[in-house]
Write a protein that binds this ligand. Structure first.
Ligand code: FMN
Length: 346
């Protein structure tokens, strides 16, 4: 341990800056170099992205999304021999539980479950030796994840892109850190929501996390399966340009549990229908909008669709290779930690 750093940061008891690198319990337990996991973003986080993140020293997760077996097989193949994991939307996995065995056959390093019950799947994940990662949005959900045997709890704040709830990363992470340190000290904590650079990584570790899970920033990478039109819209957007809404699920006819909304860019489609959800759900309207949306989503016509992105989109200024994004993040965080320990020693 770096004694200087620890004296200066009494609450950060999991950070070790051996030889300048930021190592934590997460890097040790997962056998990775940097405490960074890429989010399992359905359809965007394919095998190439996951492999690029793992090759750069983090852990890449393939996005199991709503569970398309063919897509998943293809993306595991695209990951080649890289050590990657996979994430599922739990309420959707409950409708296609066979997909878990299919993924476990690929010997993933970790399986992440979000947005639903852990219990039906958790023990099967652990039985094959994969890390059980559970993404939660409230303290109550963190308690449930621990009871279901989570090895890693991901505390996701509402800044995050994609689906989530209401609580902010800045208070959720330290509160869950305090809870885990008493109730389940061996369970690791990862922060998600708003982390896009080294400042976010350093801040998350300061809040008591063992690492970060990054979505939006890796979505804006060359390896992500994202149409160019969406990337262009993201680079042009700032952090004020997102909102949480349900219109993206209404138009795709996904039956998300009521607690969850999705953070998307304020595109014309999102702004046209947000606040007019029942009008969108009218059968004739829905049929028309569903087809229009699906075409626009595939083609990358951002304004005619919804673009999943978090508030961190305001920190995205380029579309870069994932390895480069990860490298920048780590270097920035290391510099910040270096400065912090230096401040104390003088
Ligand atoms: C484009 C996009 C798609 C996402 N899809 C999923 C998903 O299918 N399953 C999931 O568990 N989380 C998904 N998420 C949420 C991430 O797991 C993660 O919580 C979030 O990206 C972290 O916040 P950030 O976007 O600010 O980095 C998605 C996020 C984005 C940006």
């Amino acid at each position: 341990m770096n004694a200087k750093l620890l004296t200066c940061l009494p609450y950060v008891n999991h950070v070790d800056r051996a030889e300048g690198a930021v190592q934590t319990r997460l890097t040790k337990r997962l056998g990775i170099e940097h405490p960074i996991i890429s989010a399992p973003m359905g359809t965007a986080a394919g095998g190439r992205l996951a492999a690029a993140v793992s090759s750069a020293g983090g852990l890449g997760l393939i996005g199991g999304g709503y569970g398309d077996a063919e897509w998943l097989e293809r993306e595991f193949e695209a990951a080649g021999h890289a050590r990657v994991g996979c994430g599922f939307i739990s309420w959707s996995l409950a409708q296609k539980p066979q997909l878990l065995d299919m993924v476990l056959a690929h010997e993933p390093a970790a399986v992440m479950l979000s947005f639903g019950e852990v219990a039906p799947f958790g023990q099967r994940v652990k039985a094959v030796g994969a890390m059980l990662v559970c993404q939660v949005q409230t303290l109550a959900m963190a308690r449930e994840a621990v009871a279901a045997g989570a090895d890693v709890v991901v505390a996701q704040g509402a800044e995050a892109g994609g689906h989530g709830v209401e609580r902010a990363t800045f208070t959720l992470v330290p509160e869950i850190a305090d809870y885990l340190s008493g109730a389940a000290p061996d369970t690791l904590l990862v922060a998600a929501g708003g982390v896009a650079d080294g400042r976010g990584l350093a801040a998350a570790l300061m809040l008591g996390a063992d690492g970060v899970l990054v979505g939006t920033r890796f979505w804006a990478s060359t390896e992500a399966l994202v149409p160019p039109g969406f990337h262009t819209a993201a680079v042009a957007a700032d952090g004020d340009s997102t909102l949480r809404t349900t219109v993206v699920d209404i138009v795709r006819r996904y039956g998300w549990p009521a607690a969850f909304t999705a953070r998307v860019l304020k595109t014309r489609f999102a702004m046209d229908w947000h606040g007019r959800e029942s009008a969108l759900a009218e059968p004739a309207t829905l049929e028309h909008e569903e087809a229009r949306f699906a075409n626009a989503f595939k083609a990358g016509y951002a304004d005619e669709a919804c673009v999943f992105a978090g508030e961190a989109v305001g920190l995205v200024r380029d579309i870069a290779p994932a390895g480069e994004i990860l490298g920048r993040m780590v270097r920035e965080a290391e510099n910040l930690f270096g400065k912090a320990s230096g401040m104390r020693s003088t």
